[in-house]
Design a binder for this molecule. Sequence first.
Ligand code: NI
Length: 257
Amino acid sequence: MIFDTHCHLNDENLYPRIDEVIEDAKKTGVKKFLVVGYDGPSSELAVKIANKYEECYAAIGYHPTEIYKVSDEEYQKTMSLISNKKVVAIGEIGLDYHWIKDVEQREEQKRWFIKQIEFANEHHLPISIHNRESTEDCVAILKEHKPLYGGIMHCYSGSVETMKEVIKLGLHIALGGTVTFTNAKTPKEVAEEVPLESLVIETDSPYLTPHPHRGEKNEPKYICLVLDEIARLKDMSKKHLEDVIYKNSCKVFNIDE
Ligand code: NI
């Protein structure tokens, strides 16, 4: 049983074929999906999907590149979706310095990240964290504004050292397609070193398609390739790894197995 802890079935590349995408994934052992929002409309659609499909859950929130020009009113409206029982996390939230170079705009990302961590804390929910080329600031914020109900470093791509730091904060490490890339030295090291109890997996579909399907759109059905590679790196039975990771994921989101 597999839990895809970060996928975008709400993305225009997957949503039009959602029935087929879910069925194909279930055939490969995927039992649960966290559909992650990144702005107002995608958060609304994530909740709609979670309400329609029993195996789907939703995360709502604003991705760091999507915060600009969002009115207070729109933010309040999006976050009022929290009253829905299938909303199990706030995300994806965080920092993205790859796309945003301007200092003032980066400051605005920090304010939004903190605001959404505090929102998650008020509502007793974990967070799904996006961090791209911003590790130092991201970790500093997480230390100062601790996510009290845990969370996941989505598509973790940092060093083994940073991994240890964020685990100390009670966060989980999510590995995805990048661990399968043939030249992915650091993600493979992280996979070897990460303690089992802190590990979850994800696809981030339709992005980050695992090897050997790179170039195609990613789908939750490919998550088994991530699992296979981690089992190989950890020299561990796939069944055992799968069981532990599934339990971890349900625990993070407070979902019955
Ligand atoms: Ni994502």
